[in-house]
Design a protein around this ligand. Structure first.
Ligand SMILES: Nc1ncnc2c1ncn2[C@@H]1O[C@H](COP(=O)(O)OP(=O)(O)O)[C@@H](O)[C@H]1O
Ligand SMILES: CSC[C@H]1O[C@H](OP(=O)(O)O)[C@H](O)[C@@H]1O
Length: 397
């Protein structure tokens, strides 16, 4: 992997992306390269370069100095490209098969050149196509356990861990989460985005003091609890998958945060997908949630028993206590994610593509009801099994 620091930033075009690829000698001299910008996320450019002779490809991801979805009126730090490539490299130390390979980075150009994963499918799209992705939760459970445990104080010398906290200080991207995930959806502000038919449900949320108190505590934990290097935006659009492979991409929101944060986001996005399906097709999503938690606890426990540096990890009851707090936090964060994806700035296709409107509104009302319940009842929900009955109860209201 080459790391470079050239001097001047400029956004790539399809032509200059090819020129850069040639300069980096990532293909044979005989190759016939084509390039297409394929970015469909909210923030960055993504170029797919392909050799027409061999069909081999690479991806060049470049941060723009603003949020792509809004435009130049919303400046955004280029440092997110450094965070993303450093997080991918850190994750590769413990789960090399679950993240794309990095070939080259250039901090000044805000560029990461990585493995082309287009033989896989973004898991949100695959789940929307009705695919089961049988290994998704096994792989994500392992990803979560290993990336979280091995970047935490349980596994690291506290001085090394504090260096990492500094390296992954990501204030501008965290501010996006603080605003658009934790704050705006719970107040009557302009950035929110919901159908008028949802107004009564949304006003119920804005007026629910119990809910807002619990969201305030979850936000405070997000702001202050530097437990482990979290991905920071682990939704199903950040995971490529097939029947046999899983790769987690896009950790530009990575920072030191609460252990339950990524787990909650993944649970929420599975629950949101379940609402896009007929009831008889939802079981696979609940199974994915159960497997994720089972594999997470299995792998986290193994790592705790074999690789802990912290002397207190030998104390009876400590691991169980940590795991139950992680689960409670995950349930709370899942609830917040479900609410913000329904009425906040950034939506999910799982809900937005439901037709006709009447069914879409019903699914969104259910998402808001389940989300609120998860936040408020996070202490009472102690097993992923219970999510099935919560979801069923609200679907029938
Ligand atoms: N390594 C990759 N291989 C193939 N396609 C990719 C890769 N990384 C990103 N993409 C494509 O680009 C899209 C946007 O990438 P993403 O990292 O999510 O960008 P953003 O940060 O803007 O959300 C993905 O949905 C996927 O279609
Ligand atoms: C305008 S940022 C909103 C939203 O976008 C990010 O998602 P992604 O870049 O993966 O599409 C993240 O979830 C932010 O909260």
């Amino acid at each position: 992997m080459t790391v470079s620091k050239s001097s001047i930033y400029e956004p790539l075009t399809e032509n200059t992306a090819v020129a850069l690829t040639v300069r980096l000698q990532l293909f044979e001299d005989s190759s016939v390269l084509t390039c297409k910008e394929i970015g469909d996320g909210n923030l960055n450019l993504v170029f797919h370069i392909k050799d027409q002779l061999t069909n081999n490809g690479i991806i060049i991801k470049q941060a723009l100095p603003y949020a792509k979805v809004i435009g130049e009126s919303w400046p955004l730090t280029l440092d997110r490209a450094r965070i993303e490539s450093s997080a991918l490299l850190k994750q590769a130390e413990v789960v090399p098969t679950l993240v794309p390979k990095i070939f080259y980075t250039d901090e000044s150009l805000a560029i990461t050149v990585m493995e082309d994963l287009s033989h896989l499918q973004i898991s949100r799209a695959a789940l929307l196509d009705g695919k089961d992705l049988p290994l998704l939760s096994e792989h994500i459970g392992e990803f979560l356990a290993k990336t979280l445990f091995y970047t935490s104080d349980y596994a690291l010398d506290p001085r090394k861990k504090k260096q990492l906290v500094k390296q992954f200080s990501n204030p501008d991207l965290c501010k996006i989460t603080e605003d658009f995930v934790f704050t705006d959806p719970f107040f009557d502000v302009e950035s929110n985005n919901f159908e008028e038919e949802l107004r009564t449900d949304v006003e119920r949320i804005w007026n629910d003091t119990h809910l807002k108190l619990e969201v305030a505590k979850l936000k405070q934990k997000f702001l202050t609890s530097a437990e482990a290097l979290v991905h920071g935006d682990l939704h199903t659009g950040s995971i490529f998958a097939s029947e046999s492979k899983t790769k987690v991409i896009d950790p530009e929101f990575a920072y030191y945060g609460p252990l339950g944060f990524d787990i909650g986001h993944f649970f929420a996005n599975l629950l949101l997908n379940s609402l896009s399906r007929a009831e008889e097709n939802r079981e696979v999503l609940f199974k994915h949630i159960e497997t994720t938690w089972a594999v997470f606890t299995r792998e986290f426990t193994k790592a705790w028993e074999n690789d802990s540096l912290e002397v207190f990890t030998k104390v009876e009851g400590y691991l169980e206590d940590v795991l139950s707090q992680v689960f409670e936090d995950a349930i709370g964060y899942a609830g917040v994610e479900m609410i913000r994806r329904t009425i906040g700035l950034a939506h999910v296709a799982d809900l937005d593509t439901i037709e006709p409107l009447e069914r879409r509104i019903e699914a969104k009302q259910t998402a808001l009801a389940i989300g609120s319940e998860l936040v408020k009842k996070k202490k009472e929900i102690t097993d992923p099994n219970q999510l099935r009955s919560y979801a069923a109860a609200f679907a029938h209201q």
